[in-house]
Ligand binder design. Structure first.
Ligand SMILES: C[S@@+](CC[C@H](N)C(=O)[O-])C[C@H]1O[C@@H](n2cnc3c(N)ncnc32)[C@H](O)[C@@H]1O
Length: 268
């Protein structure tokens, strides 16, 4: 159930890729010199990117656990990222072995790892597609194989919409995905913000402008409307460590500088 098969020699090592920079923030090894240099420049400007990326990843884990506890058995994870354990299917299938997960990313490096680390365990699939073309995602054969739109589905847009510019209309992208979902479905969304780092972010944006996708941080009031058509569940759209924590919160000084908001909404 994969269509990765992307030849490694076609991996672009000339420009930083957000997936590989994020992998570096998380302490992974699936990145190149060009990514490490760009990521290190971001870290130099905003050292909080490292605890923020980890906190975002932990939000993903808790949100997936919540979904499965609430009966979700099919998940579309868009902007999957380079596999980092525990991945969505590992969290979901540990809770219930019958959960099906369709992974989607537009970066070939994710495809090169998908077979071994995302789709090796059955009930999972991966394909390359761009969130800016949500119809192509919904109509993809891997989605037809794995997802039954007559049953509730969870769509994950975790740390991906900040790579979409206003001109590319992220709200319309979410609306297209939402309209395909039956009532009882969920949206899990997290998004980078400069609400806690005002002055530093123009610098960060400049670094990402040389990467394959730009960084479009948004304030709380511009992220919350992405949940239009969903009921935002408690505690709402909050800094990611504050979303239903199941371990101790970071120290207040660290918490106050976590630059990701996250939330979960339910349709119908
Ligand atoms: C910061 S990582 C997030 C990974 C994972 N969702 C998480 O939160 O841990 C963002 C991912 O989104 C992917 N991405 C960026 N722009 C995208 C687009 N237009 N379509 C699909 N995926 C995209 C990147 O390749 C990268 O893997």
């Amino acid at each position: 159930m994969t269509d990765q098969g992307f030849p490694a020699e076609q991996i672009d090592t000339g420009r930083p890729h957000p997936a590989r920079m994020y992998d570096f923030y998380l302490g992974g090894w699936d990145n190149y010199e060009v990514d490490r240099e760009a990521a290190q420049r971001v870290i130099d400007v905003v050292p909080d990117i490292i605890p923020s990326a980890r906190a975002n990843r932990d939000f993903l884990r808790r949100a997936v656990g919540f979904l499965v506890d609430n009966g979700i058995r099919q998940i579309i994870d868009i902007g999957t990222g380079i596999p980092t354990s525990p991945n969505t299917h590992e969290v979901a299938q540990a809770a219930s072995a019958d959960v099906r997960v369709a992974y989607v990313d537009n970066d070939p490096i994710v495809a090169t790892h998908a077979g071994a680390r995302l789709t090796g365990s059955g009930n999972t699939g991966f394909f390359l597609a761009d969130v800016r073309e949500p119809r192509n995602i919904l109509d993809h054969p891997t989605i037809s194989e794995l997802i039954d739109f007559d049953q509730p589905v969870a769509v994950l847009l975790v740390a991906v919409l900040h790579f979409i510019t206003d001109a590319e209309d992220p709200a319309a992208i979410v609306a297209t995905l939402r309209d395909a979902l039956p009532d009882g479905s969920y949206l899990v969304l997290s998004h980078a913000t400069a609400d806690f780092h005002g002055g530093s972010f123009p610098e960060v944006s400049k670094i990402y402008n040389k990467a394959t996708a730009t960084m479009n941080v948004r304030p709380h009031k511009e992220i919350e409307p992405f949940f239009d058509g969903f009921t935002l569940l408690e505690p709402g759209l909050v800094q990611v460590p504050l979303w239903r924590p199941d371990t101790a919160l970071p120290e207040p000084a660290e918490l106050s500088r976590i630059g990701f908001y996250g939330g979960v909404g339910r349709k119908g």
